[in-house]
Design a protein around this ligand. Structure first.
Ligand SMILES: Cc1cc2nc3c(=O)[nH]c(=O)nc-3n(C[C@H](O)[C@H](O)[C@H](O)COP(=O)(O)O)c2cc1C
Length: 211
């Protein structure tokens, strides 16, 4: 599938075939390619919990106000942050030449060591990029998705055994669609969402191409 096709045809699906399963190879393909998404300094400040066990899915379903995609999707991938990633730079710099690793570690510590809010913001950014990549890979695999934040993070953490350094940031339900998405509710006009050179300098007009 061409990239623009995948972008234009990705929609949030709420009805999945509960019988459909992903093979381990498909799961690795899905998550492995999502992990090619960029992260600041290549910190890879994330963790992916792929939930396929119906009993665990049931717990997630209860923790997400019984939203059907969580119960019926082939897999629910919970993307968590890894807030301790900046402190363990040897993990993601292991292939860098020592002087390069030392220099990058210096930047990482200067930015994140004393700034837990930035570490959390960074984890949210990373999860967002990985989530978008995962949705496009799924589309290319003939699958559909629904990204979700409608869940209780405390209950999700309990269900998955997450610690405080691994907050659940995004739930990605992936599976075979049984019904199309709801009709689109409308895109904002460019002149509300795009400025050129300075905020409020609206030079573009009209709706985005896919609208
Ligand atoms: C961060 C985020 C959280 C979302 N959470 C939910 C959710 O909890 N439940 C749900 O049904 N849809 C959820 N959605 C899907 C949005 O409603 C959907 O993306 C939006 O309406 C646009 O529709 P589209 O994805 O089909 O283009 C979420 C989407 C995003 C990006």
């Amino acid at each position: 599938m061409e990239l623009l096709d995948a972008l234009c045809h990705r929609r949030s699906i709420r009805s999945f075939d509960p019988q459909h399963r992903l093979t381990e190879t498909e799961l690795k393909h899905l998550i492995g390619h999502a992990q090619l998404a960029p992260t600041s300094f290549n910190m890879q400040n994330w963790h992916f919990v792929a939930v396929v066990d119906p009993a665990v899915k049931e717990q997630l379903w209860l923790a997400s106000w019984k939203q059907n995609p969580v119960r019926d999707a082939s897999v629910v991938v919970v993307i968590t942050g890894d807030l301790g990633a900046p402190q363990r730079s040897e993990r993601f710099l292991r292939h860098a030449p020592p002087p390069v690793a030392q220099r990058i570690d210096g930047y990482v510590q200067a930015l994140y060591a004393e700034n837990p809010q930035l570490s959390r913001d960074e984890a949210c950014r990373s999860a967002g990029f990985a989530g978008m990549a995962m949705m496009l890979v799924a589309k290319e695999m003939g699958l559909d998705t629904c990204p979700m934040i409608g869940f209780d993070p405390v209950k999700v953490s309990e269900a998955l055994g997450l610690d405080a350094d691994h907050p659940p940031l995004l739930m990605m339900t992936v599976g075979k669609a049984l019904a199309p998405a709801f009709p689109r509710t409308g895109f904002l006009d460019f002149n509300e969402t795009v400025s050129v050179d300075r905020f409020g300098n609206h030079c573009f007009a009209g709706e985005p191409p896919a609208a």
